[in-house]
Design a protein around this ligand. Structure first.
Ligand SMILES: Cc1ncc(COP(=O)(O)O)c(C=O)c1O
Length: 442
C-alpha cells in the first residue's frame, strides 16, 4: 500500500490518506513501563522539578577503560558478522558464564544477540506453547508473549517463598493449565530477580528442576544479574536441569553496558533445533549484534583481574545502596527479606492501606502516581510486573547515584557500611528514602 502525499501543499497529508490498522495484539501493547517512566522523569527534571528516581534499573557505573579501549581498537569492524555471533566471542562467553554460574557446559553452544531482551523474544518466538510466568516478573516477558499471541499462565508467588515460585506451585500451575486445555511448554525464571532483588537458591532450583523434567518444560533462565550477587555465588538451574535449560545473560548489569546491547543465550546440546531457529530469526531481523561491540566484548571474558575487581567493586556498591533502601522500607514497618542481588526491592505497602484509601489511593498505579506528584519520587507500580492492581506493591530501584563518584568513595572507604556509604556519596538515594518515609508516615 502506498501513502498518498499531497504534492501541492508542501509536506501536508491529504485528508483521504489511508489509515493503517495496528494489529490487535500490538494495539494492546503499552510502551515498556520502565522506559516510559525514565522518559517521564527526564522530562520532569528538564522542567526543573526535583524528582528522585527509583523507577529505572540502570547500573550507573562508567564504562571500564579496558572495554573502552577494546571498543576504540575495533571501531573499524564494519562488516556483518555471523547471525549467531563471532565464534571466539561465543566460545569465550560460554566458558566464562558456565564457570561463574556453576554448571557443566559440555556440548552447550552460545548465541550472541543485540541484548538478552531480543534473545528472550527470539526464544519465545521459536518455541511453541504457552508461557509459565511467575508473578512478579520483569516487565517484558509477558508483553513479548502477547506480541507472539501466546497465552501467559501466571504463577503467583508469596513473600514467605521469597517471591519466587516453588516446585509445588509450579506443578499445580502446569496441571491446572493443562486441565483447562492450555499447553504450557516454557517457563521463565529470573534470579537474582528484577523486581524483587531475591534469588532462587540451589535447593529450591533442584526441586523446580525435577518438576520441569517431569513436564518436559523449556526453562528460559534469565540470569542477567548472575554476577550482581551479594553474598552467595550464583548457581544456575542449568546445573540441575541442563537438558531443558537455556540460560540468557549479557553485559548490561555487571559491567553497566546496557547501551552496548550485547546479550548471550547458552543452549544445551539437545536444544540444537531451538538454536537454529534463533539463528534464523536473527538472520531475518537484526542480522547480527554490532560488530565493534562483539569484538570489544571478547575483552569482558578474558578474566582480566582489573575487570574482575571492577565487577566486584560495582557489585559491592549495589549491595550497600540496595540494602539501604530495603532497610528503610523495613524501618517503615513493611516486611521484606534480606536482599540477594540485583538493585531492586518490591515491597507491599499494604500496611498503609487505610491511610492511603482515605486519600483515594487504592491501586499500585495510583500509589506510584501519587508518590510522584506529592513526594517527587518516581517508582514503578506492581502491575507492571504482573501483580494484581489492588496490591500496593512498588518496585524501588536503587540506581539514582553517580557511579564514578561512588567508585572513588568506595576506594577510599572500602569498609564503609550501607548507612555510611549512602550518606557519604548517594544523596539522592538517601533523600528518596526520607521522602518515602515522610509520605507513608504522614
Ligand atoms: C530481568 C531482566 N532481564 C533482561 C533484561 C534485558 O537486558 P539486556 O540489556 O541484555 O537486553 C533486563 C534489563 O533491564 C532485566 O532487568
Amino acid at each position: 500500500m502506498s501513502i498518498a502525499r499531497d504534492g501541492q501543499k508542501k509536506g501536508g497529508w491529504k485528508t483521504d490518506a489511508p489509515v493503517f490498522t495496528i494489529r490487535a495484539n500490538v494495539a494492546r501493547m503499552k510502551f515498556s513501563p520502565t522506559l516510559a517512566m525514565n522518559e517521564r522523569v527526564g522530562r520532569a527534571r528538564g522542567e526543573g522539578r526535583d524528582i528522585l528516581h527509583m523507577g529505572f534499573g540502570e547500573s550507573p557505573f562508567p564504562v571500564h577503560p579496558l572495554i573502552r579501549e577494546a571498543l576504540a581498537e575495533h571501531a573499524d569492524k564494519n562488516m556483518y558478522l555471523p547471525a549467531a555471533g563471532l565464534e571466539p566471542l561465543r566460545a569465550a562467553a560460554l566458558g566464562y558464564f558456565a564457570d561463574k554460574f556453576g554448571f557443566d557446559a559440555s556440548g552447550f553452544s552460545a548465541v550472541v544477540g543485540p541484548g538478552s531482551k531480543a534473545l528472550i523474544y527470539a526464544l519465545q518466538a521459536a518455541v511453541e506453547g504457552d508461557l509459565l510466568h511467575p508473578v512478579p516478573s520483569w516487565v517484558s516477558y509477558a508483553p513479548q508473549a502477547g506480541l507472539l499471541a501466546d497465552a501467559v499462565v501466571p504463577v503467583r508467588t508469596r513473600l514467605a517463598d521469597r517471591l519466587h515460585l516453588t516446585a509445588s506451585s509450579l506443578d499445580e500451575a502446569v496441571t491446572n493449565a493443562q486441565r483447562e486445555g492450555r499447553h504450557p511448554t516454557k517457563l521463565i525464571l529470573n534470579y537474582p530477580n528484577n523486581p524483587s532483588g531475591l534469588a532462587l537458591k540451589a535447593e529450591r532450583l533442584k526441586d523446580i528442576a525435577a518438576v520441569c523434567r517431569e513436564h518436559g518444560l523449556l526453562v528460559i533462565s534469565d540470569e542477567i544479574y548472575g554476577l550482581v550477587t551479594y553474598a552467595e555465588d550464583h548457581v544456575s538451574i542449568a546445573r540441575f536441569y541442563p537438558e531443558g535449560t537455556i540460560v540468557t545473560t549479557g553485559l548490561s548489569k555487571h559491567l553497566s553496558l546496557g547501551g552496548y546491547r550485547l546479550g548471550v543465550a547458552l543452549v544445551p546440546p539437545n536444544g540444537k533445533a531451538v538454536l537454529d531457529a534463533v539463528r534464523r530469526i536473527a538472520s531475518e531481523t537484526w542480522s547480527c549484534a554490532p560488530a565493534p561491540i562483539q569484538y570489544a566484548a571478547v575483552k569482558a571474558f578474558e578474566r582480566d583481574p582489573r575487570l574482575e575487581a571492577h565487577i566486584a567493586a560495582c557489585t559491592r556498591i549495589h549491595s550497600l545502596v540496595s540494602r539501604f533502601v530495603r532497610d528503610a522500607v523495613v524501618e517503615m514497618g513493611v516486611e521484606y527479606p534480606e536482599l540477594d542481588g540485583a538493585f531492586y526491592c518490591f515491597p507491599d505497602f499494604g500496611v498503609f492501606r487505610k491511610k492511603l484509601e482515605a486519600q483515594g489511593v487504592t491501586t499500585s498505579e495510583r500509589l506510584a502516581e501519587h508518590l510522584l506528584e506529592k513526594a517527587g519520587v518516581a517508582t514503578l507500580p506492581g502491575t507492571a510486573f504482573g501483580d494484581e492492581p489492588g496490591n500496593l506493591t512498588l518496585r524501588l530501584s536503587a540506581c539514582d547515584f553517580d557511579g564514578e563518584a561512588a567508585l572513588a568513595w568506595h576506594a577510599e572507604h572500602p569498609d564503609a557500611g550501607s548507612e555510611a556509604f549512602v550518606r557519604g556519596c548517594c544523596p539522592n538515594v538517601a533523600r528518596a528514602c526520607e521522602r518515602l518515609g515522610e509520605y507513608f508516615r504522614e
